[in-house]
Design a protein around this ligand. Structure first.
Ligand SMILES: [Zn+2]
Length: 309
C-alpha cells in the first residue's frame, strides 16, 4: 500500500465522542464533593435540587463516522490529473484496485468516467462520447500490418499495442495485425450508415455502433487480426493462436477484451474477441485480478444493453 493510501486510511478512523447529559454530570460532581471533604450540608443541598429530566437518561455514546478522506484533494492526485498523466493519477490513488474502489464507492469526485481524454472513459450504448464529435488530441500510426486505413490510436495505446504484438510473436503465438483503430465521428457515420442500408437499423445496431457511441472514436480501441502469409478477417481472430494468446495476456499490456461472451446484456454487444480496449496497465491488472468481464461491472455502472432511444 502506498504512503498516500496509508494516510487516507489513517484519516478514516472512527471518532468516538462521549456525550454526558448535564444532570448526570452534576450528580457525579456532588459525589466528588463528598469524596473531597466538602461539608455534607452544602453537597446534599445541591444534590437535593430537583434533577433535570436529562439526569434520568443514561449517558449516551455517540459514534461519529467521519467521511473517508477524499483522495482528490491529495497533492499527488491533483498534480497528476492536471498534468493529464492518467497512469500517475491511478498510481497516486494507490494503484488500479484502489482507484477502482474509490470510483465505485463514490469517493473520487475528480474522476469522470465521461471524460474522453482519460484512459478510464466508459463509452457504451448509453454513454456516448462527450462531446459526440470528440477527436483525440493526437494519434500515432500503428506499426503493424493493417487491412484498412484506420490504423492509428492515441500514442500510449499504439505504443502498448506494438509491445503486445512483439510479445505475442516472441511467445510463438504468431503475427498480430490491425483491422481498425481510431474511427472519427464522420467515418463512423459512414460505417453505421452502410450497415443500416444493408441490414436495417436493428441489424446495424447488432454489429456497429451509432456515430458518437463507438469506442473506436476514443482512439483507445481497435480490432485485431491474425496474419500469417496473409492477414485474416477480424471475425475469425478469436479462433486463432493470436486470439487465444491475446485473450489470456492482453491485460499484461494494459488492454481488456471489451465485449466478452455472456456479457451482451451488460455491454450491448455480441462477443468480439477481436475488439480490444486500452485502459492502462494498472487498471487492466486490477480488472484481471478482480475477475471482471465488463468495464461496466468494473466501474459499478448500469448495464447498457441498448440505446435509450
Ligand atoms: Zn471494434
Amino acid at each position: 500500500m502506498s504512503a498516500v493510501l496509508s494516510r487516507h486510511a489513517a484519516r478514516e478512523s472512527l471518532a468516538v465522542r462521549i456525550a454526558v447529559p448535564a444532570g448526570v454530570l452534576f450528580t457525579a460532581m456532588a459525589s466528588l464533593a463528598t469524596l473531597l471533604g466538602i461539608p455534607p450540608s452544602e453537597a446534599s443541598e445541591r444534590a437535593a435540587l430537583p434533577a433535570p429530566a436529562a439526569a434520568m437518561a443514561l449517558p449516551t455514546v455517540e459514534v461519529v463516522a467521519e467521511p473517508a478522506m477524499d483522495p482528490c484533494v491529495d497533492d499527488a492526485v491533483v498534480t497528476a490529473l492536471a498534468a493529464g498523466d492518467d497512469a500517475a493519477t491511478v498510481q497516486a490513488f494507490g494503484g488500479g484496485a484502489e482507484f477502482q474502489a474509490a470510483v465505485v464507492s463514490g469517493n473520487a469526485p475528480c474522476i469522470s468516467l465521461d471524460d474522453p481524454h482519460r484512459t478510464w472513459v466508459v463509452v457504451n450504448k448509453q454513454r456516448p462520447l462527450q462531446p459526440e464529435h470528440y477527436a483525440p488530441a493526437s494519434l500515432a500510426a500503428i506499426g503493424l500490418q493493417a487491412t484498412s486505413r484506420s490504423n492509428e490510436l492515441r500514442p500510449e495505446a499504439t505504443a502498448a499495442l506494438e509491445v503486445m504484438a512483439a510479445a505475442a510473436a516472441e511467445a510463438g503465438a504468431g503475427t498480430i495485425g490491425i483491422n481498425n483503430g481510431y474511427r472519427s465521428f464522420d467515418v463512423q457515420t459512414r460505417t453505421y450508415g452502410s450497415h443500416v442500408r444493408n441490414k436495417g437499423q436493428e441489424g446495424a445496431d447488432a454489429v456497429s455502433a451509432r456515430p458518437g457511441f463507438s469506442e473506436h472514436q476514443s482512439g483507445l480501441a481497435f480490432d485485431l487480426i491474425a496474419c500469417s502469409s496473409r492477414c485474416g478477417s477480424h471475425e475469425v481472430f478469436g479462433d486463432t493462436s493470436q486470439g487465444s494468446w491475446v485473450a489470456e495476456n492482453a491485460w499484461r499490456h494494459g488492454f481488456i477484451v471489451r465485449y466478452e461472451s455472456g456479457k451482451t446484456g451488460t455491454t450491448g454487444y455480441a462477443p468480439e474477441p477481436w475488439h480490444i480496449r486500452y485502459i492502462g496497465e494498472q487498471l487492466a491488472a486490477a480488472y484481471h485480478e478482480g475477475g471482471f468481464h465488463s468495464l461496466e461491472e468494473f466501474f459499478g455502472l448500469p448495464a447498457a444493453p441498448d440505446y435509450v432511444h
